[in-house]
Design a protein around this ligand. Sequence first.
Ligand SMILES: [Fe+2]
Ligand SMILES: [Fe+2]
Length: 271
Amino acid sequence: MLPLARMAEAVLTTADARDKTALSRRHAAAWHAARAEGRLPEIGTAAPPLRPARPDKPDLLAPRDVPRRRPGTREGRLALLHAVAHIELNAVDLHWDIIARFTHVPMPSGFYDDWVRAADEESKHFNLVADCLEAMGSHYGALPAHAGMWRAAEDTRDDLMGRLAVVPMVLEARGLDVTPTMIETFRKAKDDPAAAQAVAALEVIYAEEVHHVAYGSKWFHFLCGRENADPKDAFHGLVRHYFHGALKPPFNEEKRAEAGLPPDFYWPLAD
Ligand SMILES: [Fe+2]
Ligand SMILES: [Fe+2]
């Protein structure tokens, strides 16, 4: 079995999306099987690429250049699912990247258990959404996607607390805010034969993303405790430093609370 950081590097350097998620799930299964037997495989070190390998398609455009489509149409729902697939693929790489990039920071083994599980779940999410696209006669790569989704990872490549603050506790928490509306969009599309499949996929995503935000909050608080820093002040400082722009209400306060994100963390950063 490869050291965990090398497994992460192998996922990050795999370009094809289905190959990436398949490798990710195999590596996660190997890790969890070893842990279930009471073993702690070597973490090791790796040289993760600054940007992960990605397929030739989709074309990546600046957010302002990605065409907007009305969500009430089939074309609009297709575009929405395509955007979600892109986010999920990015998330696979984000979770393996946090494993590979910060091996110089000593962390308890639970840190690795959590992010391996999150990476595995993101791989499942991508596959579920890519299956929906295919059921609708399309595929991941058929539409342009947002460039710059990796920016948060690049900006925080030297700062584990910054990474935890911006990626799980801001970006993934935002997913908790917007997913219920997406589920509603597909629930309303009763004439679309693929809509029920999309609802099912989005419900899996919605349920599992709570854990990813919670892992972020857990390890952020752990590091604050180790450095004797006030978590709320540290969070505000890091988000203002690394995240470009204000947080957008409305917030899903209930799910955020379930994930260990209290209102005084995010409200002061809103518009
Ligand atoms: Fe996800
Ligand atoms: Fe996630």
